[in-house]
Design a protein around this ligand. Structure first.
Ligand SMILES: [Zn+2]
Length: 372
């Protein structure tokens, strides 16, 4: 009880002062509720005016679907199914499985064109902890170069460890090359927003593994866990095939297409609460939201909002990532005409009498909120 009083008092002081600026990047926050009960990151809160949402579009939690190895059913079955549901996923191919397919690069290009991510799953699928340092770099660089050469405008920022094995040296190599996060195969246990206690945790993202035995009820309760916790839930799939096994996809842990559809349907039913996105987007958003500083200045005809991530921030350990936009809520009672960043009008995706919501890129130029 005593603790509760102290915490409440601290929160009140923060709100009254309106200066809960993040001194420490990666400082973890709690929900602050405004009068419309919309949760905002308290540590991205400054001048009591602009808040950065925990997840994009102010969703409560993030769900990521990952498909490993580029097994035979993934392109013909999973890619069109995702498209039909208006969802995206991350594929971690074994390069040889792309090269040996008749469709080869056309299939990968289509996958990317639909908004999916092609991550890096190494070149030859080795145990990354049992190879030399030079081999380690080659295992990372070779598939990256191959994908970036064959698919225009693609940049590799996500890695999945073959067999889920890694050590500090592997993490440090990935970070130095520019990967923002990596996925293992350990089962998720922390569904909260604070799943990354330290920076290395972004290179040990845990999962829920799917296979033929996974009941949909289990899947649904996993999703409910993350909605409750507000964190990131990453599903790991391998083989997918239809009832007739048309693609002979029995590579590993086959999931039937009908089950996958049921799972996607459940995500769709909860889309007001869930941001279903790629692995790279989810990790990068979380890193940015934990590091960004916001500032707001009032002018006679506009409000200027700055979203900056500075050099001392954790994110800078990764060489120059291309930032993903953050969802910003600006509290104002002024009548807003439009929002502009870098000369480009950005859509206002929600608005009430007292606040507007839009997406802007940190370090992407100041945001001008033009007012009447
Ligand atoms: Zn694999």
């Amino acid at each position: 009880m005593k603790h509760f009083v102290v915490i409440s008092l601290l929160m009140l002081l923060q709100m009254a002062g309106g200066m809960a600026q993040n001194e420490l990047c990666n400082k973890k926050g709690t929900f602050l509720l405004d009068e419309t009960t919309i949760p905002i990151l308290d540590h991205a809160y400054m001048n009591g005016r602009a808040g950065v949402c925990r997840w994009d579009y102010n969703k409560r939690a993030a769900v990521v679907l990952t498909f490993d190895d580029w097994t035979p059913g993934q392109f013909p079955l999973v890619v069109p199914t995702l498209k039909r549901f208006g969802m995206v996923a991350t594929f971690f191919p074994i390069p040889n499985n792309i090269l040996s397919s008749d469709l080869a690069w056309d299939a990968v290009k289509t996958t990317v064109k639909n908004g999916n991510e092609i991550g890096n799953h190494s070149w030859s699928h080795p145990d990354m902890t049992k190879i030399s340092n030079s081999d380690l770099r080659e295992e990372i660089f070779k598939p990256q170069n191959m994908v970036e050469t064959n698919v225009p405008n693609v940049k590799s920022i996500s890695f999945a460890y073959p067999y889920g094995t890694f050590n500090q040296q592997v993490i440090d190599s990935l970070r130095a090359i520019g990967y923002v996060g990596a996925r293992g195969v350990w089962r998720i246990s922390n569904y909260s927003y604070n799943f990354a206690e330290n920076e290395d945790d972004y290179y040990n993202i845990r999962i829920f593994g799917m296979n033929e035995q996974t009941k949909n009820s289990t899947y649904f309760s996993e999703v409910e866990n993350v909605i409750e916790g507000g964190g990131l839930l990453t599903f790991l799939y391998h083989s997918v095939d239809d009832d007739l096994n048309s693609y002979k996809d029995s590579w590993y842990a086959q999931v039937k297409l009908d089950s996958l559809k049921e799972q996607l349907r459940f995500l769709k039913q909860n889309e007001d609460k869930l941001w279903v996105t790629t692995f790279g987007n989810a990790v990068l958003y979380h890193r940015e939201a934990n590091c960004v500083k916001t500032s707001v200045s009032e002018k006679s005809d506009c409000i200027i909002v700055d979203l900056t991530i500075d050099d001392s921030d954790v994110l800078q350990l990764v060489p120059q990532p291309q930032y993903v936009p953050l969802t910003v809520m600006l509290y104002t009672e002024r009548k807003v005409k439009r929002v502009v960043q870098n000369g480009v009008t950005i859509p206002i995706d929600a608005q009430t009498c007292c606040w507007i919501r839009f997406r802007a890129v940190p370090n992407g130029g100041e945001v001008t909120v033009e007012c009447e």
